[in-house]
Write a protein that binds this ligand. Structure first.
Ligand SMILES: NC(=O)c1ccc[n+]([C@@H]2O[C@H](COP(=O)([O-])OP(=O)(O)OC[C@H]3O[C@@H](n4cnc5c(N)ncnc54)[C@H](O)[C@@H]3O)[C@@H](O)[C@H]2O)c1
Ligand SMILES: [Zn+2]
Ligand SMILES: [Zn+2]
Length: 375
């Protein structure tokens, strides 16, 4: 027995998203939660699965990992939510490895297996076609669907008063950018930071850097209107790197270099520029999903003499159930204006919405999947 849903399927590398009717498993395992999706952000990592930068994903599959919705049904062992709860979906983790027990589920030993390989913890996917073909999942979430089945660890419950159309992107793009600052870099008050790439991840990082008390907030991009948005959000300096050498300019502004640098572009020379912008003892976090490498030109001088470091961070090292409610509090206090970066699209406009993100036109496209939903 199964029930029919509508989902956007990626059938092949570089293919379009294709809206299809699929079957959703009708029985839940004890830890599973069935969610009616209201809306989902489109993250650049969905695009990375479509274009192959994100690794070898097993097509066909349903991606989407910034879902917000309403719990329809819970498995017998679920305690974290109940039917009717409003939820934001984030990544899955096992909860029992050393890093999970240390409070770092984004560094879960099973992270890739649970989020990137197309199957849930039991090696199954809830999606199939009438002919029996399995259609893979993503982030154990697959929010480009009218309904989905997730684990209770994917779920963060939020207040019923929150407009679910606006908050899905807190589950990836914004928690990644802000968490990179709050959890990984942990900047000192009064310090200087540069952010390369002012998409949702970069601007989430900017908002967090402002909250944390960085004094010099520099943003670099090649799209002027994105840089203008960064300025409105609080960047003290903006640099269009098509027009001037960003490293030279950053060193000028900061009298020698920044304390912290983030790259969200994943472009090899840009990652090198971000690292080169650091002052002695500075820290660099590359966060883009990319197959590109970057070069440290002078490892001994930079890493040893000048004690610069590169920090590995995934999903902003955020604990979803802790970090997402914190972001909602900042959002409600007008300190984290993530919704001002969003544009709504209908589900069948998914390819147009993704193209608008790729061209730089829209910072955070959100698919309103349930058009009848009212907050
Ligand atoms: N590691 C994680 O946990 C995680 C989570 C979410 C997203 N991501 C990744 O983070 C990256 C950023 O995501 P996003 O949604 O903000 O994407 P985005 O495409 O909206 O942002 C990238 C920005 O880089 C800018 N850019 C392009 N070329 C540039 C250049 N030469 N110099 C400076 N800026 C340049 C673009 O104009 C754009 O504004 C993606 O690779 C995404 O897959 C990683
Ligand atoms: Zn774990
Ligand atoms: Zn993402």
């Amino acid at each position: 027995m199964s029930n029919q849903i509508k989902a956007a399927v990626l059938n092949k590398l570089n293919g379009d998203f294709e809206l299809e009717t699929l079957n959703l498993a009708s029985t839940l395992s004890p830890h599973e939660v069935k969610v009616h999706i209201v809306a989902s952000g489109i993250c650049h990592t969905d695009e990375a699965v479509r274009n192959g930068q994100g690794g070898d994903y097993p097509y066909p599959g349903v991606v989407g990992h910034e879902g917000a919705g309403i719990v329809e049904e819970i498995g017998s062992a679920v305690r974290s939510c109940k039917q009717g709860d409003h939820v934001i979906l984030c990544y899955d983790y096992d909860g029992y490895c050393k890093n999970c027990l240390d409070g770092r589920p984004a560094a879960c030993f099973n992270w890739n297996k649970l989020n990137m390989e197309g199957f849930n913890a039991e090696g199954k996917t809830p999606f199939s076609r009438d002919d029996g073909t399995e259609v893979h999942n993503f982030f154990n979430q697959s929010s480009f669907a009218t309904e989905t089945i997730v684990d209770d660890r994917n779920v963060t419950v939020v207040g019923d008063d929150i407009d679910l159309r606006k908050v899905g992107p807190l589950g990836c793009g914004f928690v990644t950018g802000s968490g990179t600052v709050f959890n990984a870099l942990q900047p000192k008050v009064g310090s200087a930071i540069v952010i390369f790439g002012t998409g949702a991840v970069g601007l989430g990082a900017l908002m967090a850097a402002k909250i944390t008390g960085c004094n010099t907030l520099i943003c670099v991009d090649v799209v002027d209107h994105r840089l203008e948005t960064a300025k409105k959000i609080g960047a003290t300096h903006i640099i269009n790197s098509k027009e001037e050498d960003p490293v030279k300019k950053i060193k000028e502004i900061t009298n020698g270099g920044v304390d912290y640098a983030i790259d969200t572009t994943g472009i090899s020379p840009v990652m090198t520029q971000a690292f080169e912008s650091l002052t002695s003892g500075g820290k660099f976090a590359p966060v883009a999903v990319t197959r590109h490498e970057f070069k440290i030109e002078h490892p001994f001088a930079d890493l040893t003499s000048y004690q610069k470091s590169v920090i590995g961070v995934l999903m902003g090292d955020a604990v979803p159930q802790k970090s997402i409610p914190q972001l909602i509090e900042f959002w409600q206090a007008s300190k984290f204006p993530s919704d001002t970066l969003e544009k709504f699209y209908t589900f069948d406009q998914i390819n147009e919405a993704n193209a608008d993100s790729n061209s730089g036109k829209v910072i955070k496209p959100v698919l309103v999947i349930d058009e009848d939903y009212r907050p």
